[in-house]
Design a protein around this ligand. Structure first.
Ligand code: PMT
Length: 383
């Protein structure tokens, strides 16, 4: 079984070419990791945003997903605040740490500005908040603590993940992987991808040829049949296994599990932890992800993190009444069950709390324990 999986992963990198900027990215990452390793700092790779699945080589159409990169960009800020160096591997044009406060907003960034004596200044009501963000941003730049890399497609994501993970190996347990990106589960392999735009009318039906003009050996994964567009995707191999076993055997690995059905969340998170035997799975539901998550780990069992009711950030897409639904009736069954920062603890009128400000200190503490554990194991092996 393991060999079949390994082969699927090996074949992936043989059959799907590396992105053009991979070399430039690895040069930057090597220098960044080396510098922070010399200074004894922890380094976290945060992945963020959704991967696309192109349907044509000269891509006009692609499959995408909902992720805006809020979780990743916000978490990156709190990791920096907790002393980590951060490699932020994100979907191009998704949210970025710090600038996220003023981009992708319902308002334009220009609404934060005004003209005063022929100069552009920040409006009085935004001064305090923007100054705070600007100071954090400048401190991070001064200390060279953040490296920003980007991907668009699933292929670009996987190649970058593999290369950066391998470069992080010398950090041992000081390396952490925080895999918040929404990664495509299905894709079009290179040998089933047409070169040119899929025609919407059969009269102009494409020739099913690749970049060299050769007819594809297998039918294209995306094609028109009659008046329909037929898309027949193949599974992306699960790279978590490869990351844990080979690319980063000593690194600390935090994966995410996204579900929409509350009854599946803890089960699936637990399943993932058992299957890949890594350190922590963070489960979240699509509709409550800004207010609650569940940690599932061998170290601490099941632990819910919830923003108190009167300190929750606003969300247009979230459904607050669903908070607690994935946890209903579970407390009494599980002795390892605990809840951090539950409802009703804060007085009305307090500022909103981002859930990542609760998640990252918890992870930092867990990371300290895991580093100590790794050191103890090493010492007992040498005695
Ligand atoms: O960006 P936001 O709008 O803030 O949303 C944040 C989020 C909901 C996307 C984020 O919190 C989250 O849950 N990210 C993970 C979503 C996801 O891909 O879940 P999954 O069940 O498909 O995958 C689970 C894990 O397997 C992931 O950590 C992924 O890295 C890994 N995986 C996935 C596919 C694949 N081929 N190989 C993998 O190893």
């Amino acid at each position: 079984m393991a060999t079949t999986l390994d082969a699927a992963e090996r074949d992936y990198f043989t059959n799907n070419p590396p992105p053009k900027d991979l070399k430039a990215n690895t040069t930057l990452a090597r220098e960044f990791i080396g510098r922070h390793a010399d200074e004894g700092r922890r380094v976290v790779l945060v992945t963020s945003g959704g991967t696309t699945v192109p349907l044509e080589t000269q891509t006009v159409r692609y499959i995408d997903n909902f992720s805006a990169g809020t979780r990743g960009a916000t978490s990156a800020e709190y990791f920096l605040e907790n002393g980590y160096a951060v490699i932020f591997l994100h979907r191009q044009f998704s949210l970025l740490p710090y600038s996220r406060h003023y981009s992708h907003n319902t308002r334009s960034f220009l609404d934060f500005m005004k003209e005063e004596h022929g100069r552009v200044v920040v409006d009085e009501q935004h001064q305090e908040a923007m100054l705070r963000v600007l100071r954090q941003y400048e401190a991070m730049k001064r200390d060279n603590q953040l490296l920003i890399l980007s991907f668009v497609t699933i292929g670009e994501y996987l190649w970058n993940l593999r290369e950066v993970a391998q470069l992080m190996q010398p950090l041992g347990p000081k390396a952490m992987f925080y895999l918040a990106a929404a990664v495509s589960d299905f894709f079009v392999p290179q040998d089933r991808m047409v070169e040119h735009k899929i025609q919407s009318s059969e009269e102009f039906s494409a020739t099913n040829s690749d970049a060299k003009g050769n007819t594809l050996a297998r039918p294209p994964a995306a094609r028109t049949e009659g008046r329909s567009l037929v898309i027949d995707l193949e599974p992306v191999p699960k790279f978590l296994k490869q990351l844990v076993d080979t690319w980063s055997p000593d690194g600390i690995i935090v994966s995410f599990k996204l579900e929409t059905d509350p009854s599946m969340l803890v089960k699936k998170a637990q399943y993932s932890l058992n299957k890949y035997a890594h350190h922590l799975v963070i489960g979240n539901l699509l509709l409550t992800r800004k207010w609650e998550v569940v940690f599932v780990s061998a170290l601490e069992g099941e632990k819910w993190i919830r923003v108190p009711q009167n300190r929750r950030t606003k969300s247009f897409s979230g459904v607050e009444s669903m908070v607690g639904a994935a946890d209903a009736g579970r407390e009494k069954q599980d002795s390892h069950h605990s809840i951090i920062a539950d409802q009703g603890a804060a007085p009305q009128g307090e500022p909103a709390v981002e859930i990542e400000s609760l998640i990252i200190p918890e992870i930092t503490e867990m990371h300290t324990k895991l580093i100590q554990q790794a050191q103890q194991n090493k010492t007992s092996q040498t005695i």
